[in-house]
Design a protein around this ligand. Structure first.
Ligand code: COA
Length: 327
């Protein structure tokens, strides 16, 4: 009999400092009205200097493990989707492993930008289908505020920090993860980048002056490609499972922009209550956005056993993907 992967615990963590649109109005040439009408964002959480990525990831993981009733020592694998690790080496996953005391677990980071959590779930799904006893901790965690140019109003208003996590294990029941769909198009990489701090360009005063250590984005190109890719992968997941859009009980989309979420909802013909939205509270938290939303939906009772859940993401690379589940 085939094994299926189920999520048995979710958790999330936000740093304590809230930065509202009004706070930004005082710092840069922007308005609450512009940010709200273009993006839906009202505030975002920003990590303090002593809260690196791994700190947020550990806190979210503790909540997920508590809900799952799983001890860190039982974990077999830790996967962290992130584009803002504490440092290039070691991985955030190894720091989380150490902090949790999950010494039996393998640990690695996965680089798929905002799709990192769904890519991580797809990897966990494969391991658990092989061995249903495995327990995998999948995390999406970001401190984007350190990679944002706070003088660039076209990007700094969009992003926030946070982390979310899920504990995945196996079952013989036909439920849990039903299908995973991963896509990428590296030809479009230049539309959304952090060009420096890797090995492609040296860290020189000239490079730092150009701001290549920060997120740069061609907003309209990202928007155009995001709506196209998200719609396509959503239909792909629906058709793969023999569903119609009516069969989707809850859609959790990467929280990048309210207008993207509205577009997707209209194209699918879904009522508002079937599309999860929390972008107004957190902004775009990249790989953390879907697991934070998943945890909120789970803890608030919005997700109920037997529901068809569809999670879809899009991000730099470009990467995009979907995970369909029976909750
Ligand atoms: N406050 C006030 N004005 C701003 C502003 C801000 N924070 N940011 C940009 N503007 C200005 C621009 O300078 C421009 O002014 P101009 O017409 O005088 O040149 C004007 O607003 C329109 O800018 P534009 O970039 O064309 O706006 P837009 O309607 O495309 O919206 C985004 C910008 C970023 C909100 C939108 O493109 C978007 O959401 N893109 C997708 C981003 C995304 O999701 N990225 C992450 C994917 S994982």
């Amino acid at each position: 009999m085939a094994n299926n992967a189920v999520i048995i615990g979710t958790g999330s963590y936000l740093p304590s400092r809230v930065v509202t649109n009004q706070d930004l109005e005082a710092e840069i040439d922007t308005t609450d009205e512009w940010i709200r009408t273009r993006t839906g964002i009202r505030q975002r959480y920003i990590a303090s200097d002593n809260e690196p990525n791994s700190y947020l990831a550990v806190k979210a993981s503790e909540h997920a493990l508590n809900m799952a009733g799983v001890r860190p020592s039982e974990l077999d694998l830790i996967i962290v989707g992130t584009l803002t690790p504490d440092m290039p080496m070691p991985s955030v996953a190894c720091l989380v492993q150490k902090e949790l005391g999950a010494l039996k677990a393998g640990a690695f980071d996965l680089s798929a930008t905002c799709s990192g959590f769904l890519y991580g779930l797809a990897v966990a799904d494969k391991f658990v289908r092989d061995n249903r006893k495995m327990k995998v901790l999948v995390i999406g965690s970001e401190v984007l505020s350190r990679r944002v140019n706070w003088e660039d109003r076209t990007t700094c208003v969009l992003f926030g920090d946070g982390a979310g996590a899920a504990v995945v294990t196996g079952t013989r029941d036909r439920r849990g993860i039903l299908s995973t769909h991963l896509h990428a198009d590296g030809r479009l990489w230049e539309f959304l980048t952090i060009k420096a701090l890797g090995t492609a360009c040296p860290i020189t005063p000239e490079i730092l002056d150009k701001g290549w250590q920060y997120i740069e984005m061609s907003g309209r190109d990202v928007f155009k490609n995001a709506v196209r890719a998200l719609e396509a992968v959503t239909w792909e997941a629906i058709k793969t499972n023999g569903w119609t859009s009516d069969d989707v009980d809850l859609l959790i989309c990467h929280q990048a922009n309210m207008r993207i979420l509205d577009y997707l909802r209209e194209r699918l013909g879904l009522p508002e209550e079937k599309v999860f939205i929390n972008i107004h509270k957190y902004g775009n938290t990249s790989a953390a956005s879907i697991p934070i939303a998943l945890d909120e939906a789970n803890r608030s009772g919005r997700l109920k056993p037997g529901m068809n859940l569809l999670m879809v993401s899009f991000g730099g690379g470009f990467t995009w993907g979907a995970v369909a589940m029976e909750w």
